[in-house]
Write a protein that binds this ligand. Structure first.
Ligand SMILES: Nc1nc2c(ncn2[C@@H]2O[C@H](COP(=O)(O)OP(=O)(O)OP(=O)(O)O)[C@@H](O)[C@H]2O)c(=O)[nH]1
Ligand SMILES: [Mg+2]
Length: 418
């Protein structure tokens, strides 16, 4: 099954909690702190695989979770980092935050990696908090939560050469002769329902050819198989525009297909095109062909895919055109770094709840909150020091907070004290 759009939820693993423990050695009743750090949570990472051609595997993976980091242990032992979760995706996979709100990245090369949900940092154990002033800290940090993201994923087939043309002009027959692809071939329109890729070998080199579903008038508005497949043309560096010499008016076809390309994306007309007159085994009148060739603005070649007349020449011509074809420069997408997402957010936001409590929110506050083990008094004290450091106390005062007022941070409430 060919699937080129999926949504999936990804969850980075939680960092392991730091440990709060103390050394207990022979003859030493109460030694120094010995709690280790928690391990890092695993990340969800997409990795390019040239052997894949559809997103169908992702379709059935609604949720992708990476493992949590191991908790820190006593005796100074750190928890293990979790193993990252790798998901293989085809080349040409483009990843957005939900509803295409932001661009995350794209995979265009084999083994290229893209982190789509980062794992959380491990919490520090009490060993890490030992200082000259506090030689026996009795608290540790909790691990950070992993990133959670709803992804919108799109595949645009990556090929060097794309076969375009009306249905039944012989596109699939051509790719079956030129490459190792084994597409379905039949004499009814829309035999090909999804792109087929094939490798074409030439002079110790090779290129990727894509057989695309047939186009008809108004494909750009969704007619025929239309728009769904037009996007796959976007990534092909060179087009083989196939014309069937047995059709009523191949010239009209030529202009109609180019018009469809233009209506979908004007830049597509700038791509190098080689016009392939196919089925010349059925051509009675050589003269007509010469007339057509004169009217065409692109280089042309006349072949018969069935008898394989000129098909070797077609490979060479395509290869030559490809070598001089420019790389496709994708439009500069505002690229996005996961951990910078929250960076322009303020450190915290104070709002007033219905019950008059002051509510503190914001990414930074949330992170500090998540790291704090509220069962440990020392940890709670440290948390309030951190808030003061961010300027929360001053800001609360400015907003009118008085002694005894309730301040709420997620599930945690405390009294404001001057
Ligand atoms: N006589 C002749 N018939 C051909 C030639 N090439 C293809 N055909 C026939 O044309 C019909 C359509 O061929 P396909 O390769 O399936 O055409 P297509 O362009 O892939 O069609 P869609 O997938 O529907 O868009 C088949 O019956 C082929 O056998 C050729 O060079 N000569
Ligand atoms: Mg076909």
């Amino acid at each position: 099954m060919f699937i080129d759009e999926v949504t999936v939820e990804v969850f980075g693993g939680r960092g392991g909690n730091g440990m709060a423990s103390f050394r207990r050695e022979k003859y030493v009743a109460f030694g120094g702190p010995s709690g280790g750090n928690g391990g890092r949570g695993g990340s969800v990472i997409f990795i390019g695989d040239e052997g894949l051609h559809t997103l169908v595997d992702l379709k059935y993976l609604r949720h992708i979770r990476a493992a949590n980091g191991e908790h820190g242990k006593s005796k100074g032992m750190h928890g293990k980092n979790a193993i990252d979760r790798y998901i293989r995706v085809p080349l040409g996979t483009i990843v957005y935050g939900e509803n295409k709100e932001y661009f995350i990245g794209e995979i265009t090369k084999h083994n290229q990696e893209l982190v789509v949900a980062d794992g959380g940092k491990g919490g520090r154990g009490n060993m890490a908090f030992q200082t000259q002033r506090n030689t026996a800290p009795n608290f540790s940090e909790k691990g950070d939560p992993g990133e959670t993201r709803k992804l919108w994923i799109e595949l645009k087939v990556l090929a060097d050469v794309g076969l375009v043309g009306y249905p039944s002009v012989g596109k699939s027959t051509i790719i079956s002769v030129l490459s190792n692809a084994k597409p379905k071939i039949a004499d009814y329109p829309f035999t090909t329902l999804s792109p087929n890729l094939g490798m074409v070998y030439v002079e110790q080199d090779a290129f990727v050819m894509a057989d695309l579903p047939g186009l008809i008038e108004n494909a750009h508005q969704g007619h025929g198989l239309g728009i769904k497949f037009l996007k796959h043309i976007e990534r092909c560096r060179v087009f083989l525009h196939v014309l069937d010499v047995t059709r009523d008016d191949p010239m009209a076809d030529y202009h109609a297909i180019n018009e469809e390309l233009r209506l979908y994306e004007p830049k597509l007309l700038e791509r190098p095109q080689l016009v392939v007159f196919n089925k010349i085994d059925q051509l009675a009148d050589e003269e007509v062909l010469q007339q057509w060739v004169k009217q065409i603005e692109h280089p042309t070649i006349a072949i018969s895919a069935i008898t394989q007349k000129n098909t070797q020449q077609l490979i060479y011509d395509t290869y030559t055109l490809l070598k001089s074809a420019p790389e496709i420069i994708e439009e500069e997408k505002p690229s996005f770094r996961l951990y910078q997402l929250e960076s322009d957010e303020p450190d915290f936001i104070i709002t007033r709840a219905d019950d008059q409590a002051f509510e503190l929110t914001g990414a930074k506050i949330k992170l500090l909150f998540e790291r704090t083990d509220f069962n440990k008094e020392e940890a709670v004290k440290r948390f309030s020091r951190q808030l003061r450091g961010l300027g929360v106390d001053d800001a609360l005062r400015e907003k009118g907070a008085k002694n005894g007022d309730t301040v709420r941070i997620y599930e945690f409430e405390f009294e404001f004290m001057e």
